[in-house]
Design a protein around this ligand. Structure first.
Ligand SMILES: *Cc1c(COP(=O)(O)O)cnc(C)c1O
Length: 495
């Protein structure tokens, strides 16, 4: 049966999976959502016997029904190969009373690789299926990690160009170095004088500009998105929750059917939404624990039912979560409104014009499986140090936000359900903040001395992604005002 995707803002706008992946965003700023989520057609016990690629196939085939088995297996096999530094792809590590699902073993050492190593294949396959002849221009806003992972995925992919906008002063030194050293003639990296929300808004505006899109069409170009607004990001992200659950079954930690909780360090709400979709597919998840940093707009939303982005934007040591407009929350809002595009659109327009909206009590009642909390900067640091000292395990700042919020959840509820914490980045990506958490004396050292010191303390091999940038030359140095994003896109495309 064909699964149809619908716009969150217009019930009449529908697309097949491949069309939704190609477009990225629906018209009028809507997001594509599956009309319904099919149930697993194999048992959890059977899934527990499969490897990552087989689990991926069994999840993704239900969501991408217009892909043939051959097409999907080609995408999966091309993505989840030795670009990952472990055969398991996403290892599950038991430490300090929880299961850390390490999602950072791909080529750019953040969880974005889980989806962005497959998205270029899904997209080029979708283009072929739909007889698209235009060159596809991937337009991406990044808070640090999506940018590099998308660049790595799309570099030199025929028929594509990729343009990445990042907040010039809002990413870690290693994140920036990773992006500005990117090779590939089809890649373009731009720092903007603004924050992540400015970058994301600028990109969304270009997507929704009908005149611009028509003009580009006459020049042989069309936009698509590598951000988690693209359903082609969310579907591959469902896979690792199923994989984690089935490893717990395979290891005898739980029995098939037992419930688990998941904790997700959250920014744009993509990663946690993928877990929610996995539950709809039949994965037994009891609680979705949504962890924020000091930009705690989501915590406030779960507490009060009001989403309000009118507040200061705080630069934290977990920059990939420095976000006040969580795009993917729209998909949840649509869902808890009873798949009501009219109601959803009304709330999203209020967010645009007033910067806030409040959901109804009926909608709020549908959020019972969510728990939100946040970690301050001091708490994040203290968590890194604590788990290092107790378990000799060094986690990155984003994962530490999640670990801290999980501690708060357990303290508040006493819930002992086995819990998976999404570990979203390698500590090597945020070396300075991580090492300073262990001892502030480290701040005197250079970035690469800290890398070597982290290696000494943790015994974890320095990832290739870090070795690669020690000496790599800078290839991108464009910086623009947030008002000039369209201008630089046109310059790069020569139109
Ligand atoms: C992107 C990112 C997040 C936030 O993920 P969302 O899907 O935007 O909620 C958390 N941690 C790291 C390291 C990231 O790169």
């Amino acid at each position: 049966m064909e699964l149809i995707y619908k716009s969150t803002r217009n019930a009449n706008e529908t697309a097949t999976a491949s069309m939704a992946i190609l477009k990225g965003l629906a018209n009028e700023g809507g997001l594509f959502v599956p009309d319904s989520i099919p149930a697993f057609d194999v048992s959890l016990d059977e899934l527990a016997k499969m490897d990552y690629r087989q689990v991926a196939y069994n999840v993704m085939k239900l969501m991408l029904t217009d892909f043939t088995e051959e097409e999907l297996m080609h995408c999966i096999n091309s993505a989840y190969d030795d670009k990952f530094d472990t055969k398991e792809i996403a290892p599950l590590v038991k430490k300090a009373g929880a299961y850390y699902l390490e999602l950072f073993h791909g080529s750019t050492i953040a969880f974005k690789d889980m989806a962005l190593s497959i998205l270029p294949y899904l997209l080029t396959t979708s283009a072929k299926k739909n007889n698209v002849e235009n060159e596809i221009v991937i337009l991406t806003a990044t808070s640090g990690d999506t940018g590099k992972a998308a660049l790595a995925g799309f570099a030199d992919v025929p028929g594509t160009k990729i343009i990445v906008f990042y907040p010039k002063n809002g990413v870690s030194p290693i994140q920036e170095k990773q992006m500005v050293t990117q090779k590939g003639d089809n890649t373009f990296v731009v720092g903007i004088t603004g924050n992540f929300d400015d970058a994301q808004t600028g990109v969304k505006n270009m997507f929704s500009d009908v005149e611009l899109n028509n003009y580009l069409g006459t020049k042989g170009y069309q936009f698509s998105s590598a951000n988690s607004i693209n359903i082609g990001r969310l579907v591959p992200q469902m896979v690792y929750y199923v994989y984690a659950y089935t490893r717990l079954v395979a290891n005898g930690d739980i029995k098939a059917g037992d419930k688990i909780n998941v904790v997700v360090p959250t920014g744009n709400f993509g990663n946690i939404l993928a877990a929610y979709y996995a539950k709809e597919m039949g994965l037994p998840i009891a609680k979705f624990i949504c962890a924020s940093n000091e930009n705690k707009v989501l915590y406030d939303f779960f507490e009060t039912g009001s989403y309000n982005r009118n507040r200061d934007f705080i630069l934290t040591t977990s920059p990939s979560m420095d976000i006040l407009i969580s795009s993917n929350l729209e998909r949840l809002i649509y869902k808890i409104a009873g798949n009501d595009a009219v109601k959803n659109k009304e709330l999203m327009l209020a967010l645009n014009s007033k910067g806030e909206y409040t959901i109804t009590d009926d909608m709020k009642a549908n959020l019972a499986s969510f728990y939100g909390n946040y970690a301050s900067e001091a708490e994040t640091s203290a968590t890194i140090k604590k788990v290092y000292e107790s378990d000799n395990y060094i986690m990155d700042t984003h994962t530490a936000v999640a670990a801290n919020v999980y501690d708060k959840y357990v303290a508040a509820t006493g819930d002992t359900t086995p819990t998976v914490i999404a570990s979203t980045a390698s500590p090597y990506k945020f070396t300075r903040s991580v090492m300073n958490s262990i001892d502030s004396e480290y701040d005197k050292q250079s970035d690469f001395d800290l890398v070597d010191e982290l290696n000494r303390l943790s015994g974890v091999k320095v990832p290739q992604a870090i070795e690669d940038i020690r000496t790599a030359p800078v290839r991108h140095n464009t910086v623009c005002d947030k008002e000039d994003m369209l201008k630089v896109v046109k310059e790069f495309l020569g139109v």
